[in-house]
Write a protein that binds this ligand. Structure first.
Ligand code: MRU
Length: 301
């Protein structure tokens, strides 16, 4: 969790393969032996987080280059190209959210999909940063995001640093805010989007989407093409990471529940495509979120 957030995980793994190539070169290995060292590193890295598909995507992009030329320089060039693509894509994603924002809006976000989760400005948060640069007044509800508290620890920090008006809430306060008309739009990032638009993101996201649908609040997802997994036809095929019980039973050093308590701790949940108003992507906005529209936008012009 030193590096977390789907695009940041992918980019870090891409640079990690560059380090593996450097080690392989230093060891004097050549040809297939050198490639085998890089492939071994790929296999270890691929197992670190199962849900964010950006990890496997970035590793495979770099590995494709390594099969042609396993020199550290060739891999570095590819990793930097992926990084630059993410930076530019974040900005394109942000502009789509910006087009939906109006002065005085209350936006709710969950987990952290900002600069700490990507190579650039972020996905869900990039439009908020662009709005701030333009002087558009907004208020953001920051959902704390139990159990790792990425909202409270990361999003709250990023928005405060940028001078964006924001308020921290516990995850279970969102429905009552929506019922009172105090949320105008919800935007989150994503860790894996299936071909039909079902979207895995930090656990708690689908709860916000269900509430948003009930109260008529538009719910949007922001993600680059590296988050789309068109090999999976629907969200029930997305592997969900199960994390340590200690994330739920303790906060810092403080224990919250009796010893021996049974715990269930999935790191992610899946929001059905039907609850998502649109998807902001580096290839353009997808609305409505349907299998056909996703295939068209991801295919590109
Ligand atoms: O467990 P994490 O912190 O890696 O989970 C991160 C999230 O779920 C983010 O919302 C998601 O990766 C989108 S990041 C642009």
């Amino acid at each position: 969790m030193a590096v977390r957030g789907a695009p940041a995980i992918g980019l870090t793994a891409a640079y990690a393969l560059v380090l593996a190539a450097q080690e392989a070169a230093k060891s004097g290995a050549r040809g297939d032996a050198r490639l085998a060292i890089i492939v071994r590193a790929r296999d270890v890295l691929a197992q670190t987080r199962p849900t964010a598909v950006n990890l496997a995507w970035a590793l495979d992009e770099v590995l494709r280059v390594a099969r042609e030329d396993p020199s550290p320089g060739a891999l570095l060039q590819k990793a930097e190209a992926l990084h630059a693509e993410d930076v530019a894509g974040n900005e394109r994603i942000g502009r789509q959210l910006l087009a939906r924002l109006r002065p005085g809006m209350n936006v709710l976000t969950h987990c952290n999909a900002g600069a700490l989760a990507t190579g650039g400005l972020g996905t869900a948060l990039s439009g908020l940063f662009l709005a701030r640069e333009l002087g558009l007044p907004l208020h953001v509800w920051v959902s704390e995001t139990r159990p790792r508290l990425q909202g409270a620890r990361l999003t709250a920090w990023e928005l405060t640093q940028a001078g964006i008006d924001c308020t921290l809430i516990t995850d279970n306060m969102a429905a009552s805010l929506m019922a009172k008309g105090r949320v105008d739009l919800v935007v989150t990032g994503a860790d894996r989007i299936a071909a039909n638009g079902d979207t895995a993101n930090k656990v708690g996201t689908s709860m916000h989407a269900v509430c948003a649908a009930h109260f008529g609040v538009p719910f949007h997802v922001a993600a680059p093409r590296s988050t789309f997994d068109l090999t999976l036809s629907a969200g029930d095929q997305i592997p969900i990471e199960e994390r340590s019980w200690s994330e739920v039973t303790t906060v810092g050093s403080e224990r919250l529940c009796p010893e021996g308590m049974k715990v269930y701790n999935p790191g992610f949940d899946v929001t059905p495509a039907a609850l998502i108003r649109s998807c902001f992507t580096d290839r353009g906005e997808i609305e409505p979120v349907s299998r056909e529209a996703i295939a068209r936008v991801m295919r590109g012009p």
